[in-house]
Design a protein around this ligand. Structure first.
Ligand code: PRP
Length: 217
């Protein structure tokens, strides 16, 4: 190995795909396609840099405890996890979407809110949802789910969901409508705070190359 070893935590899918051009701008090319193998550690063209594939919600944990020196993760995940132990130098403006409230097309959300009804809200994003409804003064019972939130209003489990919306196709396919946009989401670079000091020389050029490659709109 030459240089300081660096481990980058990424999740498969959109974040991985949209990170590749940023890595390329930093002179890093991932040598394997995560969709074609079950490998969890991927080599790059730089012998000292490797990529580890983790669940999106585990990226902050890996970086916080030093299992990875840096990682890329959505603002949604960071808000739920908290950013203790993490240095957040950059909004990479990739994997853009939003967190929204959605209900069944036949549910009168505006009236329910106006009348001060207690809403049952199913979500994976409990912290974001709690803060949003508290700020609006809406009383909610939050039901924590781990996926397929769209099913909750369809089965009577909840009146509303708080979930990520990108194209809106998933909501449409399940006859749900977006009634409030809570916040816009994009992915951020996160760096382990100790690594930032100890591996400064290796990390700084990568952070700078990412910063220069971030798309402005
Ligand atoms: C997200 C979200 C929605 C879907 C929205 O799920 O939970 O189900 O994307 O995208 P759309 O508006 O373009 O249809 P994701 O695929 O990220 O996986 P998840 O269910 O693990 O969150």
């Amino acid at each position: 190995m030459s240089g300081t070893a660096l481990t980058l935590a990424l999740s498969k899918g959109r974040i991985f795909d949209e990170t590749l051009p940023l890595l390329k701008a930093a002179g890093i090319e991932v040598l394997e396609d995560p969709e074609k193998s079950r490998k969890l550690i991927l080599a790059t063209n730089r012998p000292e840099v490797r990529v580890v594939l983790v669940r999106a919600s585990d990226v902050p944990t890996y970086v916080q405890y030093g299992g990875a020196d840096l990682g890329i993760t959505g603002k949604d995940i960071l808000l739920e996890h908290g950013s203790q132990g993490l240095y957040l130098p950059l909004d990479l403006r990739i994997a853009k979407c939003r967190v929204s409230v959605a209900v069944r097309a036949d549910f009168d959300y505006a009236s329910a809110v106006r009348q001060g009804s207690r809403l049952r809200v199913a979500t994976k994003y409990v912290a974001i949802a709690r803060e949003f409804f508290a700020a609006k003064g809406v009383h909610v019972d939050l039901i924590k789910l781990y996926g397929s939130m769209e099913l909750a209003p369809l089965t009577g489990l909840a009146d509303a969901i708080v979930d990520l919306v990108s194209t809106g196709n998933t909501l449409k396919a399940n006859h749900l409508v977006e009634v409030e946009r809570i916040m816009d989401i994009s992915s951020h670079l996160v760096v382990n705070q100790a690594a930032l000091k100890l591996k400064q020389a290796a990390l700084r050029p990568i952070i700078d190359a990412f910063a220069a490659a971030v798309k402005q709109d």
